[in-house]
Design a protein around this ligand. Structure first.
Ligand code: SF4
Length: 242
């Protein structure tokens, strides 16, 4: 497992690496660039670069880490990718059930598959499930998330590519927003983020603003109207991050 620089998590666990482009948010996929870089650096785990690869030898890692952590699952892939067999996915959820002292954050764009596997997953309280909503087209994923049995349900509106209309947050416990970063970053507009902040306020949903992004994301920072927004679904977790 690796300590993560992502503002809303603690570390990452990657029993699957590699993926294929799925929707508009994937255009400048960070995981793809990173996987190619790690292959070029000679890391054995990334010898397939961004080709979908299952790593059976890393399944048990969370069980061997005794200090409680918040863990982003499959930051270098999508756990619900069509080429990942059901059994492998269910095995990963069993590890999450067993490693009850950790909090697992599972984020997917392939939300339809949540509905297909929902009845087979034991949704213990330590598993948070989220889906990415980068534009209006992707809001259709939200219903699959809402219908799941996950204890904490969250949305990642990153990379936010347009204003999201009529965001209904009933049944949603947490919203993360962020702009795209990197050389080819597509620009975000402040008003899109303010709209989401307002919707969260109205519907009393914790709001986490991750970053503006852009070519120099450090310089662009993460202030919105002079404030940082680090709200989390469980309030005592805020201090663990950022
Ligand atoms: S789903 Fe995620 S990991 Fe897969 S290509 Fe899209 S952005 Fe990259």
């Amino acid at each position: 497992m690796t300590t993560s620089k992502i503002e809303w998590t603690g570390s990452t666990w990657n029993p699957i690496t590699g993926c294929t482009k799925y929707s508009d948010g994937c255009q400048n996929c960070y995981a793809e660039k990173m996987a190619i870089r790690l292959k070029n650096m000679g890391l054995k785990k990334y010898s397939n670069a961004f080709k979908l690869t299952l790593h059976n030898n890393t399944i048990d890692i969370p069980l061997n880490i005794k200090k409680a952590q918040t863990i982003f699952v499959c930051s270098m892939s999508d756990i619900f990718h069509n080429d990942v067999p059901d059994n492998f996915i269910l095995e990963l959820f069993k590890v999450m059930n067993k490693a009850h002292w950790h909090t697992f954050q599972v984020l997917t764009k392939r939300a339809e598959r949540i509905s297909l596997l929902n009845g087979k997953i034991n949704w213990t309280e330590n598993i948070w499930l989220g889906t990415t909503v980068e534009n209006n087209k992707a809001t259709q994923r939200i219903k699959h998330l809402k219908d799941s049995g996950a204890f904490v349900k969250f949305l990642s509106l990153e990379p936010l590519l347009e204003r999201i209309n009529h965001l209904n947050l009933d049944g949603i416990d947490w919203v993360i927003v962020g702009g795209e970063s990197g050389y080819k970053a597509r620009p975000i507009q402040e008003d899109w983020v303010r709209d989401i902040r307002e919707t969260c306020n109205k519907q009393k949903v914790p709001f986490f603003f991750k970053q503006w992004g852009g070519k120099n994301k450090k310089k662009a920072g993460r202030l919105l109207d002079g404030k940082t927004y680090n709200e989390m679904p469980l309030k005592d977790m805020v201090d663990n991050f950022v």
